[in-house]
Design a protein around this ligand. Structure first.
Ligand code: PLP
Length: 398
């Protein structure tokens, strides 16, 4: 007998995202020809170890607690002490206050994004993301019954705000932005945020209800060249911050992040309650108790993120010298490279012949680029250069 299943869930399960498929291919190739001969730029798994304070915090938490409490359920939105510390940290960033009662601790940014889409959307309503975008936005939106629309980028990878304005109608409930960006590494400028906020404010007033801005910030601390990250909440009141400790603390497998509603959001208590209801409906219960306690002790720490900036310089300069056209990344740990042929999938396939594993950009909502995750050992970038040179020669670059 054939299984009777939700076809949409089945499709999502089967169309595993391209990144994981490429990472699987890279792992198989490494087993076949040796680790050092495959140049795997597929996945954004931090390559830098967590800060030392994390191990100390694990030890302290295990030693200090009576075991029963340590492994008990926490309140669904997280431990009050952690929520208070997060709210205080966010409030220190600028002029926008965050109240701990509107901080909801989640299992990473993914759970936060999924819960927030459900908290806001009714079936048939719309979410707007700026392309290129993190591909899971589509799944989270559609799972909540919504439709994802995308704003194309300009040449500098800032969004085309004319296109945003044209998309804003009464069905739009949510705009997601992500800066520093996965996959381009670009940081949204003050001007972009100010202008986007102006459009959202005008549209919210026109339609008589707020359009929410979800600021997806897992790469917040990964910003280079001494730049400061403009904060979306400073520009737009109905902002919810989505954060993850996956990248800043190199903890992706431990699953911790949060949603925090701006203290300036209209009816912020109701926004929080809808987040709590959506998380409950997803069966999230609470983020893992042990890691909540550990991260609380390391809240102001990060892994050694300077290493990513050094990798960025090495890769960006190396590829530019070989004639590749690259978007200059201000942050995160991704390099977006224009493909020398229009079909990014074909280029990625050709790169594989040189054992270069590069993610085609189509799943990120734009064609004609590949994404290179440079959260990799430095030696791999150095060893990959002759392969990039051979690939460049095939296309007659320079
Ligand atoms: N948002 C963006 C832009 C990401 O790149 C990622 C992970 O790579 C996430 C969200 C999800 O992060 P998490 O590991 O916290 O679920």
């Amino acid at each position: 007998m054939k299984a009777a299943l939700n076809p949409q869930s089945l499709a999502w399960g089967r169309t595993e995202n391209n990144i994981r498929a490429l990472a699987g291919y890279a792992a198989a190739r490494k087993a076949e020809i040796g680790r050092d001969r495959v140049f795997d730029f597929s996945i954004g798994n931090p390559s830098v170890p967590p800060p030392a304070c994390l191990e100390e915090a694990f030890r302290a938490v295990l030693a200090d607690t009576d075991g029963v409490t340590l492994h008990a359920y926490t309140p669904a939105p997280g431990l009050p002490s952690l929520r208070k510390a997060i709210a205080a940290q966010l409030s220190r960033r600028g002029s926008v206050p965050f109240d701990w009662r509107q901080v909801y601790v989640t299992m990473g940014a993914s759970a936060g994004l999924a819960a927030f889409a459900r908290a806001v959307l009714l079936p048939g309503e719309k979410v707007i993301a700026f392309a290129p975008y993190f591909m899971e936005y589509r799944v989270f939106t559609e799972a909540a019954g919504g439709e994802l629309l995308t704003v194309p980028p300009r040449g500098d990878m800032q969004p085309d705000l004319g296109a945003l304005e044209a998309l804003l109608d009464e069905k739009v409930r949510l705009v997601i932005l992500n800066s520093p960006n996965n996959p381009s590494g670009v940081v949204l400028t003050d001007e972009t945020l100010r202008a986007a906020a102006g459009l959202l404010k005008a549209a919210s007033e026109r339609f008589g209800r707020p359009i929410y801005l979800l600021s997806d910030e897992p790469y917040r601390e990964l910003i280079f060249d001494g730049r400061a990250l403009p904060c979306a909440a400073e520009y737009y009141d109905d902002t919810v911050v989505c954060y993850s400790y996956s990248k800043s603390l190199s903890l992706p497998g431990e699953r911790l992040g949060y949603l925090a509603v701006s203290g300036r959001a209209a009816d912020k208590e109701a926004v929080f309650d809808a987040i709590a209801g959506a998380a409950r409906a997803c069966g999230y219960i609470n983020a893992p108790s042990l890691i909540q306690r550990v991260v609380e002790r390391c809240l102001d720490e990060t892994a050694d993120l300077k290493i990513y900036e050094e990798n960025r310089d090495l890769l960006y300069r190396g590829l530019r010298r070989l004639g590749y056209d690259c978007v200059y990344p201000d942050g995160a740990f991704y390099l977006f490279v224009k493909t020398p042929e229009p079909d990014a999938v074909a280029f990625s396939e050709r790169a594989k012949k040189h054992e270069l594993i590069l993610v085609p950009s189509d799943d990120f909502g734009v064609g004609g680029y590949v994404r290179l995750a440079y959260c990799v050992p430095r030696g791999m970038i150095e060893r990959a250069m002759p392969a990039f040179a051979a690939l460049a020669a095939e296309y007659g670059l320079k």
